[in-house]
Design a protein around this ligand. Structure first.
Ligand SMILES: Nc1nc2c(ncn2[C@@H]2O[C@H](COP(=O)(O)OP(=O)(O)OP(=O)(O)O)[C@@H](O)[C@H]2O)c(=O)[nH]1
Length: 367
């Protein structure tokens, strides 16, 4: 029965994915170029074969990520931009190559800051911390391995000093990321509050406060849509006008507040009989409209008779003698019939129900 407004951020997501794909290509390209220059300058221990084998593996990983995105498989993931796996993979690429580029190791490791900026607006602070720890520890392990296996290739003291500097820079970057993360969190909360306010204003504009049913104007728009869908053969459509009997008497005898309670009780009872596809509106005072997509007239009649019967059996604690009945007029949408004609027939049927004794449902005839 509820119509909710949902914002579908598909465009935003695809823009984000394009950005990620570009970052993979640009970042991967910069990393490859830097190591290739190192290779040309004879700084790449292991030579050409190792260089090409390593980068074939790294690029295979990058291209797998891109392929995964192009095939749309990432949309099934909780985090479609796959920022965290991507950052971990790219950092791993840096660490592996850092093992072989002796003179420009720090330059290669500095590319980590380019990797971090990829997730600056998406990853959480905890994710950043985990990635930073992985990178700093990984860098330390790389240096440890070199010290053990190729001690002659490096100046260990100088390398550890560089590692210390790098670690300090990473901590500073994490503090900045934490600031950004806090701002992002506050903005997110503000956005959430705004969305809730907009939702509430929308609810107030389209829904009646007392019963929670749609107001007349919005209900007529929804009825137009439902008529269109019914005309395209989606379903048969029943429009029902319902009116509480002798409601003025209820107000006069038991007071306006009791009258309000009766209206709310009617709404609760009707709601229990309706499904998500049905639409209920308060047209004004004690007059209501139901729009029911059904398979046939019988289904609609049974549903409305159920509401009428339930209302008959309602009792009110503050007004023990009060019995509330409801009259109704039902019209099935005929081929080519406009919403206005359909409403008119339902209203006429309601009028006849009132004229012929109330507490009953009359089916409107087709013209
Ligand atoms: N308590 C309450 N009463 C309302 C509200 N809106 C309209 N009414 C009252 O509903 C009553 C409607 O009375 P009528 O139109 O004469 O209809 P009725 O007494 O139900 O008579 P029939 O429809 O012919 O059975 C009026 O007394 C209105 O003041 C509301 O929101 N709350």
């Amino acid at each position: 029965m509820d119509q909710t407004l949902t914002l579908h951020p598909v465009a935003l997501q695809s823009q984000q994915l394009r950005r990620v794909r570009f970052a993979i290509l640009a970042g991967g390209g910069a990393h490859t170029l830097l190591c290739w220059i190192a290779l040309q300058l004879d700084f790449f221990r292991g030579g050409e074969f190792l260089f090409y084998s390593l980068f074939a593996g790294i690029w295979a990983g990058h291209l797998l990520f891109i392929l995964f995105m192009l095939m749309g498989l990432n949309r099934r993931l909780a985090e479609p931009s796959m920022i965290m796996p991507l950052m971990v993979w790219s950092t791993t690429g840096l660490l592996i190559t850092a093992l072989f580029v002796d003179q420009v190791r720090l330059c290669v490791m500095l590319l980590f800051f380019a990797i971090v900026q990829l997730g600056v607006f998406q990853a959480s602070l905890r994710q950043f911390m985990a990635l930073a720890s992985y990178c700093v520890l990984g860098y330390a392990i790389v240096l440890g391995v070199i010290c053990v296996y190729w001690p002659e290739a490096i100046d260990a003291r100088g390398e550890w000093i560089q590692w210390g500097l790098f670690s300090v820079m990473v901590v500073a970057a994490m503090l900045l990321a934490s600031e950004i993360s806090t701002i992002r969190f506050q903005l997110g909360r503000r956005n959430q509050q705004l969305a809730e306010i907009v939702e509430r204003i929308h609810e107030m504009a389209v829904k009646d406060e007392l019963t929670g049913f749609y107001r007349r104007r919005h209900a007529m728009e929804l009825l137009n849509n439902a008529c269109g869908q019914s005309a395209r053969g989606a379903y048969q459509l029943a429009v029902v006008y319902l009116d509480l009997d002798h409601f003025k008497r209820t107000n006069d005898q038991y007071g306006h507040r009791m009258g309000d309670a009766v209206l709310q009780r009617f709404a609760d009872v009707a709601r229990r009989h309706l499904t998500k596809q049905d639409l209920a509106a308060r047209l004004g005072g004690e007059e209501f409209m139901l729009v029911l997509p059904v398979t046939d007239q019988e289904e609609a009649r049974n549903l409305v008779e159920g509401i009428l019967m339930s209302m008959r059996s309602q009792r009110f604690k503050d007004a023990p003698g009060l019995m509330v009945t409801v009259s109704g007029g039902l019209a099935m949408r005929a081929d080519g019939e406009t919403p206005a004609q359909l409403i008119k027939r339902a209203d006429l049927a309601l009028y006849r129900a009132k004229e012929t004794g109330r507490d009953k449902l009359i089916i409107g005839e087709t013209e």
